[in-house]
Design a protein around this ligand. Structure first.
Ligand code: FMN
Length: 371
């Protein structure tokens, strides 16, 4: 068998050796935006996973654009130096491309990490004024965001471009624009969070205006020889919110601007979202975008089984897949999937003795089916 999962894919000017990506995952372990030893260990471990792409977590383009005090940023020289230390180390471990997700948390910022409750920061916890398209809080008890002025929007688009310049200096192969999960750009896209009366609110075109200004700023700042993409949202899972047609319209514009791929996610915009979470629940959205727009599409969400992942790519529903929790559970997922499909992978020489060809006991480790 020659699994599609293990074939290379070209994105912009780079090639991923296979179609399995480590999804971006916040670690809430940074100090004023600076990566720590935790990131070195976490990303270092995933760098020798064999994944075709290693994504670095949502990284704030401004200090106030972070979700929590522990989120990574690319708004200072210190941030850049700390991230470069980690990325340089990963580079020495993996030949696979490494990408970073650039983000702004908008009204969902100034909160505790999930493992400390995920609540809005209290008065003794150095909270900050959050910003959003409209002054509508995420939920009762959350910080009331301040509506951004058009002047501030211009400056924020510049911050995305400046963070991309730092990502370039660090040596990333790929930049991904975070425009889902209810963070700032998604807040602009959805009528549930964007009730502006100016050019940035109202019609779908107006709601897309700021995210597309940011996308153009990134396209200018980021070389075509590397890869540029976005995480988009295909459903707010709430009445009156965005759906797949909005995701398709946005993906089409991103493609026009020169983006190389989109990763299709959903949810996170409103607390009352009713999401039907089941294996591969967002894959049909990815397939819809793929059918409509000639851009490479990544599927994500409750993908954990090797046959399931292979089917998504082989059937053409998506060009590649990303996994988050499956990689935390099993950083050697790719090795086991390769073994499952009879694909020969180069292991790091230090770990070569765990290869099934020399250690029959490795049959114990098999990809698992999601619950
Ligand atoms: C610990 C953790 C951190 C996450 N951080 C991010 C992030 O920084 N950016 C993002 O777009 N999604 C983030 N996500 C969402 C994942 O990237 C992924 O889309 C989601 O978990 C669904 O995939 P899964 O079922 O493979 O976990 C995070 C998920 C987890 C579990």
């Amino acid at each position: 068998m020659n699994p599609h999962l293990f074939t290379p894919i070209r994105l912009g000017g780079i090639t991923l050796p296979n179609r399995i990506a480590v999804s971006p995952m916040c670690q809430y372990s940074a100090d004023d935006g600076c990566m720590s030893d935790w990131h070195l260990v976490h990303l270092g471990s995933l760098a020798c996973s064999g994944a075709g792409l290693l994504m670095v977590e949502a990284t704030g383009v401004t200090r106030e654009g972070r979700i929590s005090h522990g989120c990574t940023g690319l708004y200072s020289d210190h941030n850049e130096a700390a991230m470069k230390r980690v990325v340089d180390a990963c580079r020495r471990i993996t030949p696979s491309p490494i990408g970073v997700q650039l983000a702004h948390a908008g009204r969902k910022g100034s909160v505790q990490p999930p493992f400390r409750g995920g609540k809005p920061l209290g008065p003794q916890e150095s909270p900050w004024q959050t910003v959003a398209p409209s002054a509508i809080a995420f939920d009762a008890g959350w910080h009331a965001p301040r509506e951004l002025s058009t002047l501030e929007l211009r400056s924020l688009a510049d911050s995305f471009a400046q963070a991309a310049a730092r990502a370039l200096a660090i040596g990333f192969d790929l930049v991904e624009l975070h425009s889902s999960h209810g963070y700032l750009l998604h807040e602009f896209l959805s009528p549930l969070s964007n009730q502006r009366k100016d050019l940035y609110g109202g019609s779908p075109e107006n709601r897309m205006r700021f995210p597309l200004e940011v996308a153009r700023a990134l396209r200018e700042a980021w070389p075509r020889e590397r890869a540029l993409g976005a995480r988009i949202s295909a459903s707010d899972w709430a009445e009156g919110g965005c759906g797949p047609a909005d995701a398709i319209a946005y993906a089409r514009e991103l493609h026009e601007i020169g983006f190389d791929f989109v990763c299709v996610s959903s949810g996170g915009l409103v607390p009352h979202a009713r999401i039907k979470v089941e294996p591969g629940y967002q894959v049909p959205f990815a397939a819809q975008v793929k059918r409509a727009v000639p851009i490479a599409v990544r599927a994500v969400g409750m993908i954990a089984d090797a046959d399931q992942a292979e089917e998504i790519v082989a059937s053409g529903k998506a060009d590649m897949i990303a996994m988050a929790r499956a990689f935390l559970d099993d950083p050697r997922w790719v090795w086991h999937a390769a073994e499952h499909f009879g694909v020969k992978l180069e292991y790091p020489p230090q770990y070569a003795r765990s290869h099934p060809s020399v250690w029959p006991g490795s049959g114990l480790a098999r990809p698992r089916t999601p619950a």
